[in-house]
Design a protein around this ligand. Structure first.
Ligand SMILES: NC(=O)c1ccc[n+]([C@@H]2O[C@H](COP(=O)([O-])OP(=O)(O)OC[C@H]3O[C@@H](n4cnc5c(N)ncnc54)[C@H](O)[C@@H]3O)[C@@H](O)[C@H]2O)c1
Length: 395
């Protein structure tokens, strides 16, 4: 069994903000299981078969920050995502997960970046040789529009990081040469941040993981579009009882997520759903419903028309599990981020729109077919570039 302070050149180190949350703690259990038996987790990934020649990366560690001081296994138990029998065999290892206190929210923005950069260097020094990726799994935050900030000094002056701590983590990661995965709906990919990532040569992939209802929406919308069946209206409801659901009851914090879940339908279909009614008929609601915990349920009622405008309808009912759907995608994205860094890609990666509700970057593929095709192409390009960069290094 490998221990976290051992040197292992081909390993991956996930540095997670929100490391004791529902998604992160589910991921930590998956990583512990994978270190013992890769076959218990790899088949559930979309990247399980990829990057084999690049040495990527079955031994993966998790470290990070949280505001909660509870034991790691207490957090796992509290979230109630996994039956005890799944995590208990790894309990001792899980309780050694290095999670340190998040910076005090009242600390000056720049000081937070410096402190987090020191933390990152400390984490990296405990995992000599591992490839690090920063993963943002913080709660959804209220919206701040910082797109007009020209550079970092303006950003430091204008951003309110007590409400958007993601920015301090993201900048610390970039400053430390660590690629970024933004799984949250929080819009950190503003020009001043993207410029820094490009300057240093780091990919920054996001935003807002596409895990359940929205994933199926892209599939169905693409299928209806391919048949020239016209969508007349699409009503989507979600109930969930985890901390993410409770947080999203605050309208300011839910706004970005609802925008992300809503805007993509018209983009895929290339018309405004509801235009004949003079107002959008694509509606998305999220309701906090404690009895369900992490076992999220989603309903969709989809009205569409065919030949001679005759109406038809679909009902979709997803009985999902929020963190079980999300955790493997986070690991996939970490593997992609490292492969892209090794291939020399930097800035936003719109080709990864398969994974995101709000893909950042120019002209992301929108339909399901295009997203799957784009992933396969990106994998081929990465493999070729990694090989090329590797052979240049060995000349
Ligand atoms: N589960 C999904 O399917 C899914 C899909 C898309 C996006 N997301 C997003 O992923 C994120 C994580 O989801 P989750 O269900 O794990 O949420 P969660 O609320 O369970 O976890 C968030 C964690 O962040 C910690 N935290 C709060 N402020 C912090 C700070 N300043 N520094 C460090 N840690 C801090 C909290 O203590 C908590 O442990 C959310 O933004 C959610 O919207 C989840």
């Amino acid at each position: 069994m490998l221990h976290s302070d051992q040197t292992n050149a081909d390993s991956l180190l996930l540095l997670v903000a929100g490391a004791k949350g529902a998604v992160a703690s589910t991921l930590a259990v998956a990583l512990a299981a994978m270190r013992r038996d890769p076959a218990s987790v790899l088949p559930s990934l979309t990247t399980g078969h990829m990057f084999a020649d690049s040495g990527l990366l079955q031994v993966t560690w998790l470290a990070g920050w949280d505001t909660s001081a509870e034991r790691y296994t207490a957090a796992i138990k509290r979230h109630g995502v996994l039956p005890d029998a799944i995590w208990q065999p790894h309990a001792e290892e899980l309780d050694q997960t290095p999670v340190i206190n998040a910076p005090d929210s009242a600390t000056d923005f720049k000081e937070q970046v410096d402190q987090l950069s020191r933390d990152i260097n400390e984490f990296k020094s405990r995992h000599q040789g591992a490839r690090a990726v920063f993963i943002d799994l913080l709660p959804a935050a209220s919206h701040q529009d910082l797109n007009a900030c020209q550079d970092l000094s303006q950003l430091f002056a204008e951003a309110d990081v007590s409400n958007l701590p993601d920015l301090a983590y993201t900048l610390a990661a970039i400053k430390s040469g660590v690629p970024v995965v933004n799984f949250t709906p929080n819009p950190v990919e503003i020009p001043a941040v993207l410029d820094e990532a490009v300057k240093i040569g780091l990919p920054i992939v996001g935003r807002d993981g596409k895990t359940g209802q929205t994933y199926l929406k892209v599939v169905l919308a693409s299928a209806l579009k391919a048949r020239n069946l016209l969508v007349d209206g699409w009503y989507s409801l979600n109930i969930l009882g985890n901390a993410d659901g409770a947080n999203l009851m605050d309208p300011d914090r839910a706004a970005e997520k609802l925008r992300n879940k809503t805007s993509l339908l018209d983009d895929i279909l290339e018309y405004e759903v509801g235009r004949q009614y003079g107002a959008p008929t694509h509606k998305v609601h999220i309701d906090y419903y404690p009895p369900r915990g992490d076992a999220k349920e989603a309903w969709d009622a989809i009205d569409f028309t065919g030949l001679f405008g005759l109406p038809m309808s679909i009902r979709l009912n997803l009985l999902g599990r929020d963190s079980i759907l999300a955790a493997p995608l986070v690991l996939d994205l970490a593997r992609w981020a490292v492969a892209l860094q090794m291939a020399g890609r930097s800035g936003p990666i719109p080709e990864l729109s398969f994974y995101f509700k709000k893909p950042v970057g120019d002209s992301p593929p929108l339909t399901f077919q295009d997203q799957v095709t784009s992933l396969a192409k990106l994998e081929r390009e990465c493999q070729e570039l990694i090989k090329l960069n590797f052979s240049k290094l060995n000349l």
